[in-house]
Design a binder for this molecule. Structure first.
Ligand SMILES: *[C@@H]1O[C@H](CO)[C@@H](O)[C@H](O)[C@H]1NC(C)=O
Ligand SMILES: *[C@@H]1O[C@H](CO)[C@@H](O)[C@H](O)[C@H]1NC(C)=O
Length: 984
């Protein structure tokens, strides 16, 4: 609703100021004054403008009479009184000395929609006769001239959509006595709102929304403004109770105070006494509602009421429905803590939009707690949103009839509904039907959704396509988006979907569908997701060149055969995910015809051959070919490289990591583990890197690079032939593994939040994934992006373990085993307070185990076996509970859990190598992070998947948690995550 209000506002604004235009516009009388003509020509000279864009300025001086120039009007005496230079392609600064400010007779000046730079000159106030000043969309910045109030004739002041900053003071408005319209919205003004603005008696419209105004709005001395009709202070940082003095504004029609920090109780009854109030928006504040039935609500003329996202609890008061005497059409009470409706109530027939989502409504239709709904007393004719409540039972069939079957939007998702009452008569008016995340069972309803464009039945328990069994009645789908994902549907994909009209999105993923894929689906859809089923056979042959697919996900099925050349006919592809099938053959070069390909995931198949060089195009963001039998070298990357994730793990690649990866400045994930790569450490990798996995290759040499990777969180170079000292890794710079930096990282992610919800774009999407999780739920923070590990095991590293490792206090896993580290175990490791697993086994470490290590309370796995450690094993809360194997092979070590008394000397050394930490198990978690590129699009494009993804992440989380022997997760937590995910 906030959006519709905004739209409304935008519509109103250009229309509303109907100012008495000053008399005298005689554009065509021949009487241009010579000195004013000179000024105009000087002005034209001064201004930098795009002459191919300009429609007025560019033609000046083609006629003798300057009063007939485009955008210029004069009065009878030949003085220029109107200057209209809006949208003229002007750029650059405007000078204090500009000749513009010597056109003293100007009454109207419009410069809106030009690209000025810098400050608005003070000398604008030389134009004392101005009654209308239009400076919106001008790109001005800095303070508003303090003398603006000298423009005593001003009626209309428009300075919206600039970058004006600083505070607005009383002085700014001091001389104003005729101003009717002030528009300063969408600037960066700060400080409090000067009371003087409310003492301009002529004011009718004030727009101050979307600034950074703050402070209290105390009881304003609002006495003089009897004409104020629109007041918009929304999206600022105002903090106080809503002052009751607003009700002195008897002409007020529109009051918008949403998106602030207004708090305390809000005395609704007082505001309803405003006789002209039409629209009231208080959403996104911290208000609780207060009001009573004692006032004459039905004398109010309110049409639209938005109290969403506040702290309103209890029952919806029955007087709400009596507001407006039949005019009320839009009520938004969503995201509060409402439990039901107070009786008696009669929902007015005028109501078109009713949004109660995300409250605590419970019960079953028709008797929600306190609310007895039926078609007789419940009439909403446009939008009904009851999602994210606790409504159980069946969806009643009268719901399709409410508002005389005129609903266009019905959302009952995220409740506990179990079925649909028959018969269904989905009204033709319905365009959006969202029932996802309920417990709907049985047959998918036999619906004839002629006009419904968005249907979401995902996350339910439907197990049959009922619609097919209806025989000859062919329902017509004209949907643009249709999802049945995450149900229990089985059998083959009904050809019904082929006879239906085109789908822009068809999502049947995560069911138990089998059989092969009807080729027609490739011709109908733009987004097709059949992932996570049991679909077998080949990918359809001969895909037509008219293929419009942008996103194709067939992952996690049993597809066999080649990735066919004809796949290249889908030239619009952005995302292709065929991972986790049984595909064979090579990566076809025809895929290169999809010039916009962002994400290619063919991982976990049986593909062989080389990686075609052309696949690595400049648009590619994620490439995942892991777990195949691909041979040859890693191809070179383009000079303009947008790659963020490169996963080629477990293939048979040879050669080195190409130098050209340095072009990929956004690269975050590199996983080339489990190949036969050689060469030295890839120092060229950009500093954006977060995940680097080189394990199980033939890399060799030292780690000497002249840079460091402060964003690294997973660093796995195990099982290679690296050698030398590890000091050059500069652990002190690995900020992401330090806890004090974690919050900072999360803020950076939040900064790009708007991009994800609004745009249908994949660029930069990996970051966004972490953003979603990060912004979502604190419990997930531990996994991603904060899951951290360092694995240097099974190399030939020598020298001491650097003290600086102890600075990485967010580190969870540290494995230095099977090297030749010497010296003592640094005490600083005891600063790794988040450490869950520490493996130092099979090295040459000497000395005692520092007693501080015993204080690491999160440590669940520790192995120091097969070193040259001596002395008593320190005692601590955990350390004695580890198996003795973890300490053996150290001739001089004694104490618990070893069965060697520190007094009795003869050592009883056994040699047993099977005490290693099960790193594979632990890395299942990391692997999930590393391999995440493939289903990223899912997160972006389909809400229901996002929820699923979070569940998976939680599974991984549980693995780690169980490693920590803390099984505290509750089912409730999961629901919270789902619900929160839904909102993003
Ligand atoms: C406006 O101009 C018209 C004709 O030019 C004249 O009759 C009228 O009196 C003027 N009004 C004012 C307020 O000057
Ligand atoms: C601004 O206007 C004043 C008054 O007309 C004038 O004296 C002054 O020179 C102007 N400033 C500049 C920088 O031209």
């Amino acid at each position: 609703m906030a959006i519709s209000l905004l739209l409304l506002l935008l519509l109103i604004v250009p229309l509303s100021p109907t100012f008495s235009k000053p008399n005298a516009t005689h554009a065509h009388t021949q009487h241009c004054l010579e000195n004013e003509k000179t000024l105009l020509l000087e002005l034209k000279n001064e201004l930098v403008f795009n002459s191919s864009y300009s429609t007025r300025l560019v033609h000046w001086n083609q006629k003798e009479d300057c009063c007939s120039w485009e955008g210029v009007e004069c009065d009878d005496a030949g003085h220029v009184i109107h200057l209209r230079l809006f949208d003229e392609g002007i750029s650059g600064g405007l000078n204090e000395s500009s000749s513009l400010f010597r056109l003293h007779y100007l009454e109207e000046l419009s410069l809106a929609g030009n690209l000025f730079s810098g400050l608005l000159p003070h000398n604008i106030t030389n134009l004392k006769r101005l009654s209308s000043l239009g400076l919106s969309y001008c790109n001005f910045s800095g303070a508003i001239p303090s003398t603006l109030g000298n423009l005593t004739q001003l009626v209309d002041l428009e300075m919206a959509y600039n970058f004006f900053s600083g505070s607005i003071s009383s002085g700014h408005f001091e001389g104003f006595s005729k101003v009717e319209y002030i528009d300063l919205r969408y600037n960066s003004l700060s400080g409090s709102i000067p009371i003087s603005i409310f003492s301009i008696p002529s004011l009718r419209w004030i727009y101050l929304q979307d600034n950074q105004l703050s402070g209290k709005v105390d009881e304003f001395a609002i006495v003089n403004i009897s004409q104020l009709s629109i007041l918009d202070l929304s999206s600022n940082r105002l903090e106080s109770p809503i002052p009751n003095s607003f009700i002195k504004l008897q002409s007020l029609s529109y009051l918008y105070l949403s998106d602030n920090l207004f708090n305390d109780t809000f005395q609704m009854d007082k505001f309803l006494s405003l006789p002209n109030l039409v629209s009231l928006s208080l959403s996104n504040n911290n208000l609780s509602l207060f009001g009573s039935h004692s006032f004459a609500v039905n004398q109010s003329s309110l049409e639209s009421l938005d109290l969403s996202n506040n702290l309103i609890a209890g029952e919806i008061p029955n007087w709400i429905w009596e507001i407006g005497n039949g005019a009320l059409y839009d009520v938004n009470l969503s995201s509060n803590m409402l439990v039901g409706l107070q009786k008696p109530y009669q929902i007015p027939t005028s109501l078109r939009f009713l949004d109660l989502h995300s409250n605590h409504l419970r019960g079953e239709f028709p008797n929600l707690e306190g609310l007895s709904l039926s078609n007789n007393n419940f009439s909403v004719s446009g939008l009904l949103d009851l999602s994210d409540n606790m409504i159980a039972g069946e969806i009643p069939n009268w719901i399709w009839e409410i508002g005389n079957a005129s609903l266009y939007f019905l959302n009952l998702s995220c409740n506990m509904l179990v079925g649909l009452q028959k018969p269904y008569h989905i009204p033709n008016s319905l365009q959006f039907l969202d029932l996802h995340s309920n417990q709907l069972q049985g047959e998918f309803p036999t619906l004839s959704l002629k006009h419904t464009t968005n249907v979401d039945f995902s996350n339910n328990q439907f197990d049959q396509f009922g619609i097919l069994e209806t025989g000859n009645e062919t329902a017509v789908f004209g949907n643009s988006e249709f999802s049945l994902s995450n149900n229990s549907l089985s059998g083959s994909i009904p050809t019904f979907f082929c006879t239906a009209a085109t789908f822009s999105t068809l999502d049947l993923s995560f069911n138990h569908l089998s059989g092969s894929i009807p080729r027609c689906l490739f011709e109908n859809s733009v987004v097709l997701n059949l992932g996570g089923n049991n679909i077998s056979g080949w990918i359809p042959h001969k895909i037509s060149p008219s293929c419009q697919l942008m996103i194709l996900d067939l992952s996690n099925n049993n597809l066999v055969g080649d990735v066919l050349d004809s796949m290249g006919n889908c030239r619009a592809l952005w995302v292709l995910d065929l991972s986790n099938n049984k595909l064979s053959g090579t990566v076809p070069t025809s895929l290169c015809k999809a010039l916009d390909l962002r994400s290619l995931d063919l991982s976990v198949n049986n593909l062989n051959g080389n990686i075609p060089r052309c696949v690595v195009g400049s648009h590619l963001v994620a490439l995942n070919l892991g777990r195949n039998n691909i041979t040859g070298r890693v191809p070179n990357f383009t000079a303009v490289c947008r790659l963020q994730s490169l996963d080629l793990n477990n293939n048979n690649l040879i050669g080195d990591v190409p130098q050209s990866l340095e072009n990929c400045e956004s690269l975050k994930v590199v996983n080339v583990g489990g190949n036969q790569l050689d060469g030295t450490f890839p120092c060229m990798l950009p500093s954006s890197l977060r995940v680097l996995v080189l394990h199980g290759n033939r890399f060799h040499g030292g780690l000497r690079c002249d840079k460091s990777w402060s964003n690294l969180q997973i660093f796995d170079i195990a099982n290679n032939n690296f050698s030398g000292n590890v000091d050059p890794l500069n652990f002190s710079d690995w900020r992401t593994m330090m806890r004090d930096t974690v919050t900072k990282v999360s803020y950076e992610y939040l900064a790009s939040k708007s991009a994800i919800t609004d745009n249908f774009t994949l660029v930069g999407y990996i970051e966004k994934v972490s953003l979603i999780i990060k912004g979502m739920e604190r419990n997930l923070v531990k996994i991603w992006p904060d899951f951290t590990s360092i694995d240097l095991s099974c190399n030939n590293f020598q020298g001491g373990i650097p003290d600086s490792l102890g600075e990485l206090n967010a580190l969870y896993l540290l494995n230095l085993s099977h090297n030749s580290f010497t010296g003592t175990i640094p005490k600083s490791l005891s600063n790794l307070t988040g450490l869950g697993a520490l493996d130092l086994s099979v090295n040459q470490l000497t000395g005692k185990i520092p007693k501080e290590i015993a204080g690491l309370t999160f440590l669940q796995v520790m192995n120091v076996s097969h070193n040259k450690l001596v002395g008593e094993i320190p005692t601590g809360p955990q350390i004695q509970t580890f198996p003795g194997d973890c300490f053996e092979g150290n001739i001089g070590l004694c104490g618990l859990p070893l069965n060697i008394s520190c007094i009795a000397s003869p050592p009883n050394a056994k040699s047993d190598e099977k005490t290693e930490i099960e790193w594979d198990y632990v890395f299942a978690a990391a692997g999930y992070v590393v391999g995440f590129g493939s289903f990223l699009w899912v997160l972006i494009f389909r809400r229901s998947f996002r929820e699923r993804y979070f569940e998976k992440i939680e599974d991984v989380y549980e693995k780690i948690v169980s490693l920590r022997k803390k099984k505290k997760r509750r089912v409730v937590g999961r629901r919270v995550v789902r619900n929160q995910a839904r909102r993003h």
